[in-house]
Design a protein around this ligand. Structure first.
Ligand SMILES: [Zn+2]
Length: 308
């Protein structure tokens, strides 16, 4: 009995570890397969990059190295045609009848219900960028006032500018550049474009690259008189080094109190079409400025949100 009992005992214990081992291996394999399967399923959406399929001018912004401009930057948009004027939807920059580079507005906010279309958006929210040119004859209706240092701004903002300069006098805040008539922009633009056509660039490529450095006439915010480039704390270079100065820190905290915003924030390049410019400020009025600065927006995002 004892032997039988032992045999029976051994007989029951003998195969048991193998069964358990197989079961364990199968279980581990199943778990591994599930984990692999799940991780594969999570991978298809790894890129939240909001870059639009529209070629923006800042694509060439970081460089004026001609070697990097051979690639026209075509996207994988299947609708892109070789002849941008031939199709109904234009998705690539093209030269218009007047010879000026134009950027298609698809994917960008257009202020069509206000200045561009003759509506009634407040003057302080006028949008001027690569997709929203200054309305024809705009500055003939505007009067200008001279700031300390000789630059000109829209007379409606001179008080705000003067108050801001005075309150930031501890940082020697000063206006380096402000209103620039469209005609002056025209000269600067074509001079820059010529530098590239002289190097052998096509007209289109020369305007695309040159236009990232000097904006096309009528497409620069400086043409409207509501924007200015400033310096302070000993840095008047209009370079990104300005972001390290106490003057800049003061502006980040206080510019909205005077109705100004940092117009080209870091990280918004695809929306504004302009690189981060810590020196460029735009008057939009105190209410909009406070909202924009508090919520880390750019003007385009604000206008799209409030539908101005
Ligand atoms: Zn500027």
């Amino acid at each position: 009995m004892a032997n039988n009992g032992k045999r029976a005992y051994h007989g029951r214990r003998g195969p048991a570890p193998i069964v358990w081992l197989i079961a364990l291996v199968v279980l581990i394999a199943a778990v591994v397969l599930v984990i692999v399967g799940v991780s594969k399923k999570e991978k298809p959406d790894p890129d939240p990059d909001p870059v639009t399929d529209v070629q923006t001018p800042d694509d060439g912004q970081t460089t004026d190295d001609p070697n990097t401009t051979g690639d026209p930057g075509n996207t994988d948009d299947p609708d892109t045609t070789d002849d941008p004027n031939g199709g109904q939807t234009v998705s690539e920059p093209y030269i218009d009848a007047s010879g000026l580079l134009q950027y298609p507005t698809a994917g960008h906010y257009v202020q069509a219900d206000s200045y561009q279309g003759g509506g009634e958006a407040p003057w302080n929210l006028l949008l001027v960028n690569d997709w929203n040119p200054l309305p024809a004859g705009y500055d003939s209706d505007v009067s200008f006032s001279t700031v300390s240092g000789g630059k000109q701004v829209d007379s409606r903002i001179i008080d705000a500018v003067n108050r801001m300069l005075q309150d930031a006098s501890a940082y020697d805040l000063a206006v380096v550049s402000a209103y620039r008539p469209k005609e002056e922009q025209d000269v600067l633009y074509w001079r820059k474009v010529k530098q590239y056509t002289d190097k052998g660039y096509s007209d289109l490529e020369a305007q695309k690259v040159g236009g990232t450095i000097v904006k096309r006439p009528g497409f620069s915010e400086h043409n409207c008189g509501l924007a200015m480039d400033v310096g302070g704390s000993g840095d008047y270079t209009l370079e990104q080094t300005f972001a390290n100065t106490p003057a800049y820190a003061w502006l980040m905290e206080h510019c909205a109190d005077y109705g100004f915003i940092l117009r080209f924030p870091e990280g918004k390049e695809d929306i504004t079409g302009v690189i981060y410019e810590p020196w460029h400020y735009r008057y939009v009025g105190e209410e909009a400025a406070r909202y924009i600065m508090d919520n880390d927006l750019c003007l385009e995002e604000y206008l799209a949100q409030v539908k101005k």
